[in-house]
Design a binder for this molecule. Structure first.
Ligand code: ATR
Length: 274
């Protein structure tokens, strides 16, 4: 019987995940079906349980349900524990495993697709919400020289620093205190783009050869990438590659094979920003 998977969110109509996973399934010859499920804002757990009862094998979870998915899972991978959020569920006999593949997706896109070195480099992470929290541990795993977390509200950056400082060289700063510093990789994990804004960071943060990475994506340059271009970043990348790579990590968790992401990224038009 064909195995069933789904992405669950609200809204969900514009999700690219069904297209990505259909391409992965074709490529790897896996007998599976992957659909998009709209859950009512107050009906996440019930929708998951219905899907499970109907024979579902796993799910991707997107906005705004990643925290609820963490609460619903009764086992967690270490990276989901660190993120305190879940974007991937796998239904094992009687148990719901929660994983978080977002950070691995970011690191894979930076290193494999963009050829970016992280080891020994200075990384700036902008934002200290759920999206930022999910990528801190995987970034530290690549042994950067430093990871500076900067946030509009400094207290939230400090909270993240305190949570992750046992795992590597993390510091926390407000945006204003970044003046005079230089970074090799700057990752935007703020939601400023949703308001068509760029984070209010000082000019001149970009070291020669640096990469600006926006975890968001859209048509053309996001406000953050437009700002990065003006401020002298050498390379600009949006989050489409991260989306495809996190999907590949979920696929690996479910099916035991990691698909080749390059043709899928090309199919989605992701090479345009790179
Ligand atoms: P998410 O789950 O997407 O990370 P979140 O937890 O609400 O959402 O966090 C949003 C992040 O974007 C926060 O770091 C927020 O900064 P504050 O902690 O100061 O609120 C950041 N953010 C949102 N709009 C921003 C803007 N216009 N400029 C800078 N940072 C912004």
């Amino acid at each position: 019987m064909t195995d069933r998977y789904a992405v669950i969110g609200n809204p969900i109509a514009h999700s690219k995940s069904p297209r990505i996973h259909a391409a992965f399934a074709r490529q790897t010859g896996q007998d599976m079906r992957y659909e998009a499920l709209l859950a009512p804002l107050d009906g996440f757990a019930a929708t998951v349980r219905d899907f499970l009862a109907a024979g579902g094998r796993g799910m991707n979870v997107t906005v705004p349900f990643k925290l609820e998915a963490f609460a619903l899972a009764n086992r967690h991978t270490p990276r989901a524990e660190a993120a305190r959020a879940v974007n991937t569920l796998r239904f094992d006999d009687g148990a719901i495993l929660g994983d978080n593949t977002d950070g691995a997706g970011l690191v894979a896109d930076l290193m494999r697709n963009l050829g970016c070195t992280l080891r020994g480099r200075r990384i700036l992470l902008l934002g200290a919400g759920g999206a930022a929290r999910g990528v801190v541990l995987p970034l530290l795993g690549e042994l950067p020289a430093e990871l500076v977390i900067a946030n509009r509200t400094e207290a939230r950056a400090i909270e993240l620093r305190d949570a992750f400082s046992p795992h590597g060289p993390v510091t926390a700063l407000p945006f204003g205190a970044l003046a005079g510093r230089h970074f090799d990789v700057v990752v935007n994990a703020t939601s400023a783009s949703l308001n068509d804004a760029a984070p209010g960071i000082p000019d001149c943060l970009y070291a020669p050869g640096s990469t600006a990475y926006d975890m968001m994506y859209g048509k053309g340059l996001t406000p953050f990438l437009e700002q990065a271009r003006r401020q002298g970043a050498s390379r600009l990348a949006d989050g489409l590659g991260m989306l495809v790579e996190q999907a590949a990590e979920s696929f690996l968790l479910w099916r035991g094979v990691r698909p080749d992401t390059a043709p899928v990224l090309v199919e989605l038009g992701g090479e345009l920003q790179r």
